[in-house]
Design a protein. Structure first.
Length: 151
């Protein structure tokens, strides 16, 4: 049991909150934009938020980290492949939660390492990716007159 009635200030210093009420409310309302938080207070849209003035020129550490974006990777100046379609970079992704107009949910992006030419295919399911790749490979072989040996 903690008895703080007869304790001195120095003994209680660890219990003192060093954050003011405005930042506490900023965190409680899920790191809302300060402009929006001032609007909520001004219009009295949320019950329980005290009438505080929130400073706009200060950014909290969590918000700052959330707004930072990852640096893009360095572009390469050296091509390691000797001919087109020797090395392909393939990424399968799900673009959105909603279905596209054609009924597709997934995207397949294929990039040729030699020419950096990019193909984007949209798919209904993940299972369609292999068939879509095979069809694209046949089209490319016919257009370019290439014969790619498959294993």
């Amino acid at each position: 049991m903690l008895n703080i009635e007869h304790a001195s200030f120095h003994e209680l210093s660890c219990l003192v909150r060093k954050i003011d009420d405005s930042w506490r409310w900023h965190r409680k309302v899920v790191h809302i934009n300060i402009h929006h938080l001032n609007h909520l207070v001004k219009k009295d849209l949320v019950i329980g938020i005290p009438k505080l003035k929130f400073e706009k020129n200060i950014l909290c550490g969590a918000c700052q980290k959330g707004k930072q974006v990852k640096n893009s990777s360095q572009s390469k100046n050296v091509v390691y492949t000797l001919k087109p379609l020797e090395l392909l970079h393939i990424e399968l992704f799900r673009p959105s939660r909603t279905m596209s107009l054609d009924g597709n949910y997934y995207g397949l992006v294929i990039v040729d390492d030699y020419s950096m030419f990019t193909w984007t295919l949209f798919l209904k399911t993940k299972n369609d990716s292999f068939d879509a790749f095979c069809k694209l490979a046949k089209v490319i072989q016919n257009e370019k007159g290439l014969h790619i040996v498959s294993k």
